[in-house]
Design a protein around this ligand. Structure first.
Ligand code: PLP
Ligand code: CA
Length: 306
């Protein structure tokens, strides 16, 4: 029995996709780089797509860096022609959401997160609480809580403390205080079999403490795609391909936005995981199934040679 989706593509089929699609959305970690190393061939793929006049967008759940830092990273890793306008990170999109959708003016945002998030908020002109470092051993009774906090934004925070969790929980007692998360990623692979817990863990802690559900900005939510299509005219979902390495975020994101999806096997998810979802009887699992599968995006390269 043929499985739905999961179509292994190469050669002529990839060439056909290149002709058929006008825009390519790439996840970053696990697709175009691994930490500080470019996936071999990825710079040439991106360059060739740009030269052909294709729309190329990067959609990353990594909230730790402002876009300017990504521009430098692309350059450092050998990518040419990638501009800041092409980069849609969860921290940038969270700042856009707070500015344009929630329209936070006074009052400010309580950030459980990192400098990259604050920098995007500053750039978007979204006010956030400037906190002094908590005194060791301080409890929630030792803190002055600010009045009129409009939102709590949770993301990657390697300075996470129980006290921050407690403060955020108190702010979220106010039903008018928005609860946002940059992403809900559970963990990320590091070298030597180690992992980095994702923002999803911190969001989950706060969800339990408050009995509320966070609004997620990053993949698999559609908001990042809405940011792209509001800034670039003529981005038609039917003409976009979403390329990612994680089924539960990237493929679901593509599916939520009505895009064709492609899994590369250079990251988190394996072909077996995709096939298992494909065989599942549960219809909700079908959204994790990629339309296409390649070993690496370097498989695009032969299709550029005429
Ligand atoms: N968030 C953090 C803190 C990360 O370190 C990573 C990957 O390294 C991600 C998110 C996932 O990024 P992407 O969506 O580009 O795979
Ligand atoms: Ca990834």
């Amino acid at each position: 029995i043929g499985l739905k989706g999961c179509r292994r593509v190469r050669g002529a089929q990839i060439r056909h996709l290149l002709d058929a699609k006008a825009c390519f959305l790439f996840d970053c970690d696990g697709v175009i780089w691994h930490g500080e190393q470019a996936v071999p061939g990825a710079p040439r793929v991106v360059h060739a797509l740009l030269r052909r006049g294709k729309g190329v967008f990067f959609v990353t759940n990594n909230c730790t860096r402002p876009r300017e830092t990504y521009v430098r990273k692309f350059r450092r890793l050998g990518f040419t022609g990638v501009r800041r306008e092409h980069i849609f990170s969860s921290s940038y999109c969270a700042a856009l959401y707070l500015r344009d959708v929630a329209q936070v003016r006074g009052g400010g945002v309580f950030v459980v997160g990192c400098e990259g998030m604050r920098e995007e908020l500053r750039e978007a002109g979204v006010p956030y609480l400037q906190e002094e470092a908590d005194v060791p051993g301080a409890t929630i009774y030792d803190c002055a809580l600010s009045a009129g906090v409009k939102a709590v934004l949770v993301g990657h925070d390697d300075q996470f403390t129980f006290l921050k969790l407690a403060k955020a929980s108190c702010y979220l007692r106010d039903p008018d205080c928005l609860f946002l998360a940059t992403d809900s990623d559970p963990w990320h692979p590091l070298k030597d079999g180690r992992i980095l817990p994702g923002s999803g863990c911190l969001t989950a802690a706060l969800e339990v403490a408050t009995g509320r559900k966070a609004t997620v900005i990053g993949k698999p939510s559609r908001f990042m795609f809405e940011c792209i299509s509001s800034q670039f005219t003529g981005v038609d979902p039917a003409q976009c391909l979403m390329v990612g390495d994680r089924l539960e975020t990237d493929m679901l994101f593509g599916s939520n936005c009505g895009l064709d999806t492609m899994l590369t096997l250079t990251g988190v998810s394996q072909l077996e995981d995709a096939e298992e979802y494909s065989r599942s009887e549960q219809s909700t699992k079908q959204c994790f199934v990629p339309d296409y599968v390649v070993d690496t995006i370097a498989d695009f390269l032969p299709a550029f040679e005429e």
